[in-house]
Design a binder for this molecule. Structure first.
Ligand code: CMX
Length: 426
């Protein structure tokens, strides 16, 4: 009988805990980084102050999950990637099947969630609906129940595991409900437990998919967005909130609120909006020169080109490359996708010449919307919800591990401007 992912983590934990304890004891005073004043004023960019083992993002490699570059994981299911994030191993078939069945057993969404979502104004942004739905389920939290009952700290990861898996199992139904309700797509489509997590989600969304390629896109989408180490706005928020021993419902909802910002996850919505607006304003499928002039004008008027640049990366985001390959294979003649390809040819040069952006290359958001648009999911306000559904895999793995490793309350030190002036003078 194959081990479940919980068994695997249970077996790994004593070694992981001992390793961290021993590193901190032996090398506790070793200096790992230095902080320059420009980093303090620059959003703490680049300061090494967090441990994250689920994934890492190299400026010249992009996303690496447990040592495997993301481009080598594009044929995997999101469930397999979740197991990899959490345990460092791609599950064998039996473990995967057991995990999928476990998700199906947890899939029933409490009925009050539909009431909560139905009570929201019709023009509520889908990200508010998602965050609210997650928060509304907080009373289901096993973590809070066990914390209140005095479960020892080193066992708190177990109810965190339960909460996280319950959220993963339910979030696709919730997101599909939000999509269908927000955009008048008709009644909820019930889940089909015979399908994998992403294909089931694709079915519940109700997007027409005669040849199964939309389900394939969903699998890829939910793999590519699953994690991006822990310093980005949403993952960091998740870790800060859960370090106060707030449960997964509080932590994930807070993280989703950060993901909803235009400089972070909302950029995929902004990017498609920008492409469609460009086409409308130009009045036809634009030529290369028209695209160049349009983007130059954006830069000259102090606007950002959505989908380009990154706080960490200094190369074309490999997640962009993965989507580009999908587009070339499945939707090469789509108008929006062709503009994505044009922008890729043109924007890096413009940003380089402007000389402000440290990274002139496209990130994942530059392309994802054009693919969704092709399949008839034209409501770009929903796109960040898809990002959120996927990133809940990463939030879950990171937060379970943080509790498993007894990670402390996160509490960096802030300083006053007066203190800085004294330091500089000194
Ligand atoms: N278009 C125009 N200007 C850009 C730019 C872009 N795509 N990317 C960076 N710049 C500008 C910045 O606005 C900044 O200008 P100011 O000095 O006038 O403020 C300057 O270049 C330096 O910025 P940076 O250090 O290169 O970038 P940051 O680390 O501060 O920010 C990011 C990174 C992603 C927010 C930024 O590149 C951006 O706004 N890109 C467009 C939005 C986007 O695609 N976001 C999605 C990122 C992926 C994700 O997290 O989901």
């Amino acid at each position: 009988m194959s081990k479940t992912i919980k068994d695997k983590l249970t077996t790994q934990l004593p070694v992981l805990r001992e390793e961290a304890k021993s590193l901190a004891k032996t090398y506790g005073s070793k200096i790992m980084d230095q902080v320059a004043l420009e980093q303090i004023y620059g959003g703490m960019r680049g300061i090494k102050g967090l441990v994250c083992d689920t994934s890492s993002v190299g400026l010249d490699t992009g996303l690496i999950i447990r040592g495997i570059p993301i481009l080598e994981l594009t044929d995997k299911l999101p469930e397999q990637v979740f197991c990899l994030l959490l345990t460092g191993e791609i599950p064998d078939d039996e473990t995967l099947k057991e995990f999928q069945e476990d998700l199906n057993r947890r899939a029933e969404v409490p009925s009050y969630v539909w009431d909560v979502l139905n009570a929201l104004p019709k023009d509520t942004h889908p990200m508010i609906a998602l965050s609210t739905a997650i928060m509304s389920m907080e009373k289901e939290s096993e973590f809070r129940k066990h914390y209140d009952a005095g479960l020892p700290k080193d066992k708190l990861w177990e109810p965190m595991f339960e909460d996280s898996l319950n959220i993963i199992a339910r979030v696709t139904q919730i997101a599909a409900f939000i999509y269908r309700k927000s955009f008048g797509k008709g009644d909820m489509i019930p889940p089909d437990p015979s399908l994998d997590w992403a294909a089931n989600f694709a079915k519940m969304l109700g997007v027409k998919d005669e040849d199964g390629t939309f389900a394939k896109l969903m699998r890829l989408y939910l793999v590519l967005h699953s994690d991006h180490e822990s310093g980005n706005v949403s993952a960091f928020t998740c870790q800060v909130v859960s370090s106060a021993l707030s449960d997964a419902y509080y932590s994930f909802s807070a993280a989703l609120n950060g993901l909803a910002g235009p400089l972070h996850g909302l950029a995929n919505q902004e990017c498609l909006r920008f492409i469609l607006k460009m086409k409308t304003e130009i009045g036809h499928q634009p030529s290369d020169d028209e695209v160049r002039d349009y983007c130059q004008n954006l830069l000259d008027t102090g606007k950002v080109v959505s989908g380009y640049g990154h706080a960490v990366l200094r190369i074309t985001d490999p997640r962009f490359t993965a989507f580009l390959r999908f587009g070339k294979q499945h939707v090469p003649d789509d108008d929006a996708f062709r503009m994505v390809e044009q922008l890729f040819e043109i924007v890096p040069d413009l940003l380089t010449k402007q000389g402000k952006a440290k990274d002139p290359w496209p990130n994942v958001d530059a392309v994802s919307g054009s693919l969704l648009h092709h399949y008839g999911m034209t409501e770009y306000q929903f796109y960040t919800v898809l990002f959120g559904v996927s990133r809940i895999l990463g939030f879950s793995a990171q937060t379970i591990l943080a509790r498993a490793m007894n990670s402390p309350l996160i509490r960096p030190k802030s300083v006053t401007t007066e203190w800085i002036k004294k330091q500089v003078a000194g």
